[in-house]
Every structure is written in C-alpha cells, then in structure tokens.
Write a protein that binds this ligand. Sequence first.
Ligand code: 5GP
Length: 196
Amino acid sequence: MNFLEERIIKDGVVKSNTILKVDSFLNHQIDIGLLDEIGKEFKKRFDGEPINKILTIEASGIGIACITALHFGVPMVFAKKSKTSNLGNDVYTAEVKSFTHNEVRTIIVSKDYLTENDHVLIVDDFLANGCALKGLISVCRQANATVEGIGIAVEKGFQNGGQIIRELGYRVESLAIVDSMNAKTGAVVFRDQDID
Ligand code: 5GP
C-alpha cells in the first residue's frame, strides 16, 4: 500500500457504497504534509513533460493543485463555479454535473489565464464519473491549450470516469484506485498498482 492508500484505510470513512469521505485529511481539515507527498508524486510521475500550468476545479481540488504547482514551479489556475462572476466576458465555460451535489454548474476560466501556450497538468481530489475532468478538458480545448496529463488523488475504479477519460487518449495517473467499498463493514479495496 502506498502512503495515500494507508491514510484512506486509517482515516477515510465509507459513507455509502459509492461515497468516500476524507474530510479529516483532504476535504475539510487538510493535512499539508500529505498534500506535499501527493504533489511530489505527481511531479515524479509527470517529470519530463513540458508542464507550465496546473489546472483544477473549485473547491476541493485547490489545495492539491497549489502544492503540486509548487513542486512543478509553475502557476496554478482553478476553474470557478460561481454564477455571478466578475471575470467579464473573456472566459471559457463548460457545464459540469456535480457528483456530490447532483446538479449542473457552469465552470469558468478567464481567457487571460489559459492560452494556446499552456501545457497543462489537470489535477483533482477524486475521479468518479469523469464530469469534472470533461469540463476541465473542454476549457483547455477552447483555449487550444495542451493537456499533458491528469493527476488524481483518489479514483473510484468502480465508476466509469477513469475508463472514459483514458479512452479519450489522456494519461490519467491516480495515486489510489478504489475497486470497491462497503458501507456496512467500512472495507475499502484498492487496485494493485506497481508504485512505491
Ligand atoms: P466526477 O466529476 O468524476 O463524477 O466526480 C469528481 C468530483 O466529485 C470531484 O471533484 C470530487 O470533489 C467529487 N467526488 C466524487 N466522488 C467523491 C467521493 O467519493 N468523495 C468525495 N469526498 N468527493 C467525491
């Protein structure tokens, strides 16, 4: 088991057979040392790629994206979800169905901060059905930016987002892939991955 899998076993809570709560270290209270490990691991996995920007989505991706950006020495941009935006009209937008809130929201990125010169690593905390990633990929396409890869902390392998995004041709690196969870027993089963 790697460091993130160990932490999920120790402090993660299986809320239902499809929802994993990680509020004590990733989504509400944040363990910065753990984020540092995550950022370091993304840097290791995507080393050599010409990444000059980290992109994520408000709100829970921001912490991971900040520390990942620190490891790459590049800026971080997050797609905003606010309806009343003071960003003006020079924006890229995409519709994203929220997994946790079950509603469709418009995400917004200013044209000032994503351009054809950008080589982007997209990062997020969770990958479920892939809606957040599809929205982020869409804004990159609109900007003619290049998506060099996608770094995910926790992929739920029993949902189809990972397969969809990989079949689109993107390299997705997930530090922990959950193959199944059991809300009754609290058990979490990870996919075997050959990493340290
Ligand atoms: P997707 O768009 O891939 O369906 O869902 C990914 C987004 O939903 C992530 O940005 C994450 O914030 C949220 N999410 C999806 N599944 C879970 C989960 O099991 N636990 C938590 N804490 N967030 C989740």
